[in-house]
Every structure is written in C-alpha cells, then in structure tokens.
Design a binder for this molecule. Structure first.
Ligand code: URA
Length: 148
C-alpha cells in the first residue's frame, strides 16, 4: 500500500493518485530499488480532495478524510505500507517528528510493517540528494516485502 498526501492537479483531473511527474519518479524508484510495479500496489492519499493551490492539508481536512483512509487500510490488508512525505508519515504512523528524522524507520501498523520516505515531489525539487535517500529507504522496503 502506497500512501501520499493529497491529489495534485493531475490527479484531481484524472481521478487517480500519483499519475503526474512525482508519480512517475515514485514508480521508477519503486521498480528499480524494490522490484515493485505500480500494478502491484494499492495507491491512495490520506486526504481525498485537492487542497487549493496544493497547500498542505489542514488538521480538519485530515480528520474529515481519516474514516475513508482507515477503511481502505482495512480492505487492502497490505503486506507493507509505504508513506510518502511528512503529512502521510504523520497521519499513517502517528509520527510527531519530521520526515528528515522518521524516513527509513520500520514501524508496525496492525499486521503490516511500514516505512516512510520523502515525498517524490520533494525529490523533484531537491534533486539527487533526496533521490538517494529515497533509494536507500526503498531498499529497506524491499527487505520488508521479502520477509512479509
Ligand atoms: N502528491 C500526492 O501526495 N498524492 C498524489 O496523488 C499526487 C501527488
């Protein structure tokens, strides 16, 4: 299960998560580092509607969408959960610290194990240093999948 923040403009128009540039980078890295293809993933966001001008979702927006996310989590019964970026990492795993501290940590989420990494949009902005961290985190994800 792959969990992002909220739909961007492409996703809002296309009705599917991660179909824009950041999704292309994400699934390229997932394929290269973990051998996982998009078709093998349940892909979703913690917030279901696009916040105006792509701002970070507010606490009330996260709370309003939480029942849908929890239902998806239950229905999906994932082997492994990957959360992308600060907002998703906090909403999924309950982290208080930022993604700089929490990425790469293995966390138990019910029967599944989970891990957070940077949001691919952050990697597109920041470049190779963040891509390198994401690759390392996805290597840990690969190990979790092999154990699951
Ligand atoms: N960013 C997200 O967090 N989710 C998407 O679906 C697209 C971009």
């Amino acid at each position: 299960m792959v969990v992002g923040e909220a739909p961007g403009q492409n996703e809002d128009e296309g009705g599917e998560p991660f179909i824009g540039r950041s999704g292309r980078l994400l699934f390229q890295l997932l394929s290269e580092e973990a051998g996982v293809e998009r078709e093998e993933c349940f892909v979703t966001n913690v917030v279901k509607c696009r916040p105006p001008a792509n701002r970070t979702p507010r606490r009330q927006e996260l709370a309003a969408c939480r029942p849908w996310f929890l239902e998806q989590l239950e229905d999906c019964a994932p082997r492994v959960v990957l959360a992308l970026g600060n907002t998703a990492a906090r909403a999924v795993f309950g982290y208080v610290d930022g993604i700089g501290q929490t990425h790469g940590r293995v966390c138990q989420l019910g029967a599944a194990q989970g891990i957070a990494t940077y949001h691919p949009a952050a990697a597109l902005r920041a470049g190779p240093s963040v891509v390198g961290v994401m690759r390392a985190d996805l290597g840990i994800l690969k190990q979790l999948l092999e154990q699951a």
